[in-house]
Design a binder for this molecule. Structure first.
Ligand code: UFG
Length: 332
């Protein structure tokens, strides 16, 4: 029996594929390679190149392989871009999930672990944020993820689907060893941008706002190591397999670091001088996002192992310094 990993050639999905193989499971990857990288896939993974919105393609995947459970990572995921191109986000994210659920239900596959986001909470009323906090997305990206969660909820009632939705905070780091890691074009995320500056690929890093109501004036975020994040996904698959009910969990470290603290930590880890410039606030950035992940710990038995900020940056640095051009046609 196989686990279907939709979006398995992306940054986060590819880490799931590697960990599934580590655990002796058989991953079947679907990815349209718009933002994913074929080179991130290990030899043991079965790969079908195609789009989750293509019903016939998805039907064929379910026909060809005996899929037992599904992990869904495929989505557009840039907050700023989503504000400019909302319909593209609804099409890819919401319609893509609709087709996936339709073809899963047709094929009699019931379990799905879903990649959701802290962006469903918008500007939080209080931190740490628990799963009981009100949802009030501030962007089409957050809205589409919330719509996808609700779609699964209604499919549970109508068709017996069972889902675990994992709301990620800021994901960073890479698989130790430096074989796979983060490679986006364009890159908008803080950790890879800082490390590209350390490598000399960028002139420096621009701090987007220094007048937030935080101790040093820069935004505070909760950074979780991608390997720990994926460990929670595998525990969620197991939980569903054992008959656990559908549920929603936050995944973060429960600790907050400011942009300036992240730059300082990256200087420590890399030993490089990282030039810093002051910039304007980026629209839609909340001042402070910190997760409460107590529920995932209690219910799934999740315990992050590599999520301290130095290990996270060190693992990311290992990937970036070994692969300064990203995947760039490399075969593994
Ligand atoms: N930042 C900078 N300079 C940069 C890039 C980022 O100062 O060049 C700052 C941002 O303003 C923000 C922090 O670094 O305060 C982190 O920014 P990221 O872009 O790395 O991450 P976000 O917090 O914006 O986004 C993350 C996820 C999204 C998710 C969102 C929820 O990447 O998928 O959290 O709010 F939707």
């Amino acid at each position: 029996m196989s686990v279907l990993v939709v979006g398995g050639a992306g940054y986060i999905g590819s880490h799931a594929v590697h960990q599934l193989l580590d655990q002796g499971k058989q991953p079947v990857v679907v990815d349209n390679l718009l933002t994913g990288h074929r080179e991130s896939l290990p030899k043991g993974a079965v790969f079908y190149e195609g789009d989750v919105r293509d019903r016939e393609f998805m039907r064929n995947v379910f026909k060809r392989k005996r899929i037992r459970q599904v992990m869904m990572f495929a989505a557009h995921s840039l907050v700023g871009e989503s504000v400019k191109k909302p319909l593209q986000y609804y099409d890819n994210n919401v319609f893509g999930t609709q087709v996936l659920l339709e073809t899963m239900i047709e094929a009699g596959v019931r379990d799905i672990v879903f990649s959701s986001t802290a962006a469903v909470y918008g500007e939080p009323e209080e931190v740490p944020i628990t799963e009981a906090a009100p949802t009030a997305p501030k962007s089409p990206y957050g809205e589409t993820k919330l719509a996808m969660e609700k779609m699964m909820k209604w499919c549970e009632k109508a068709h017996g689907l069972r889902y675990i939705s994992l709301r990620y905070f800021n994901v960073a780091g890479a698989r130790p060893g430096g074989l796979i890691g983060e490679d986006h074009n364009p890159e908008t995320h803080l950790v890879p941008i800082i490390l590209e500056a350390a490598l000399g690929k960028r002139e420096g890093i621009t701090v987007l706002g220094e007048d937030y109501p935080t101790p040093d004036g820069t935004c505070i975020r909760d950074y979780i190591h991608v390997e720990d994040l994926i460990a929670a996904h595998l525990q969620a698959l197991h939980y569903l397999k054992k008959g656990g009910p559908s549920d929603i969990f936050n995944l973060g470290s429960s600790e907050g670091f400011s942009v300036k603290e992240m730059i300082e930590a990256a200087r420590d880890v890399t030993g490089k001088d990282i030039p810093v410039h002051s910039g304007e606030r980026r629209a839609g950035d909340p001042a402070r996002l910190i997760a409460s992940s107590e529920k995932a710990k209690k219910v799934l038995g999740w315990e992050p192992k590599r999520t301290d900020i130095h290990t996270t940056i060190k693992d990311a640095w290992n990937w970036h310094s070994k692969n300064p051009q990203g995947y760039g046609g490399r075969l593994i």
